[in-house]
Ligand binder design. Structure first.
Ligand code: F6P
Length: 327
């Protein structure tokens, strides 16, 4: 028979994402509703190793739903990827009699949870929280909508200068291994070219298109590049283009961490609230090692392994849309 759950831990891990606070709030309030005790673990797995955790109540999560960042702070913890680090973490959880964990984070955090749950008998439930949206098995992740809207707002402003000066602009958005922010913000701002890590870029084709524009003296062109594209980001793309278009003004803007911060959008707050609620329900139902994702607007429980093993893909159709709409 399953032992009865009494006390759970909640943490945020990896890169912060807008909406993480809303998820923490939902986890805490749902757990308290079910008469469970909740401990907040600081700085993700690092707090488990350092025994940095505290009991939370309803007031601990008051007035945070609209705030970016995470009140539990976040970290990428290398020590947890060593067996000795995980053992220390387990012993600290046992000291506090924590018998279930909710981990709000991305695929790296889920990898940690998989390793931990293979060794120790503490159920881990993941919540998909990352601006990159690079977790397979879910249509959205907490933070993506806000990040992409931040990028769109910034790119719209840059477009004004691009138009006024007849320039080529290369905007770099986040995404070391994933092109979703570039794809969505690029489509939403009418970018002519979108460069992403998932697809090979035909740079000669881009150069030819720009040379043609140069000839026609119509040199306005927006290129959105994910930081992890084939060439290594916007500065590298600029070098290649400048060599081939000596008469054009080519500018770079790297949006950087502005995309990770700020007040979460309505969509991220609602998504985080639903996911947080379901994470606790999941633990109460006795589920082990799944993450809460959303598919066709329904909450789903997906094995953590799935997120760890499969990378998201970007279909040919997306690239066709980009090409047709930019023509
Ligand atoms: O995973 C989220 C993310 O923002 C990526 O898009 C980016 O490559 C990375 O984190 C940056 O990480 P850091 O803030 O540690 O430099």
């Amino acid at each position: 028979m399953e032992k009865k759950l009494k006390r759970i831990g909640v943490m945020t891990s990896g890169g912060d994402a807008p909406g993480m606070n809303a998820a923490i709030r939902a986890v805490v309030r749902t757990a308290l509703y079910h008469k469970l005790e909740v401990f907040g673990i600081m700085r993700g797995y690092q707090g488990m190793i350092d025994n940095d955790m505290f009991q939370m109540d309803n007031r601990s999560v008051a007035n945070i739903i609209q705030r970016g960042g995470t009140i539990l702070k976040s970290a990428r913890c290398k020590e947890f990827f060593e067996p000795a680090g995980r053992k220390k973490a387990y012993e600290n959880l046992k000291k506090h009699a924590i018998d279930g964990l909710v981990i709000i984070g991305g695929d790296g955090s889920f990898r940690g949870a998989c390793a931990f749950s293979a060794e120790f008998d503490i159920p881990c439930i993941g919540l998909a929280g990352t601006i990159d949206k690079d977790i397979s098995g879910t249509d959205f992740t907490i933070g993506f909508d806000t990040a992409v809207n931040t990028a769109v707002e910034a790119i719209d402003k840059i477009r004004d200068t691009m138009d006024a000066h007849d320039r080529v602009f290369i905007i770099e958005v986040m995404g070391r291994d994933a092109g979703y922010i570039a794809l969505h913000s690029g489509i939403a701002t009418g970018a002519e070219n979108i460069l992403i890590p998932e697809r090979k870029t035909d740079i000669n084709n881009i150069i030819q298109g720009l040379q043609e524009k140069e000839r026609r003296k119509k040199m306005v062109n927006l290129i959105v590049v994910a930081e992890g594209d084939d060439f290594g980001g916007a500065n590298e793309v600029q070098k290649i283009l400048e060599e081939n278009l000596p008469h054009s003004e080519i500018r770079v803007c790297i949006l950087g961490h502005i995309q990770r911060g700020g007040s979460p959008s309505c969509m991220d707050r609602v998504l985080a609230s639903r996911m947080g609620y379901h994470a606790v329900e999941c633990l109460l139902e006795g589920r082990h090692n799944v993450f809460v994702g959303i598919q066709n607007n329904k909450m789903n429980y997906i094995p953590l392994e799935t997120a760890v093993k499969n990378k998201g893909t970007i279909s040919d159709e997306w690239m066709k849309i980009v090409k047709i709409l930019a023509s």
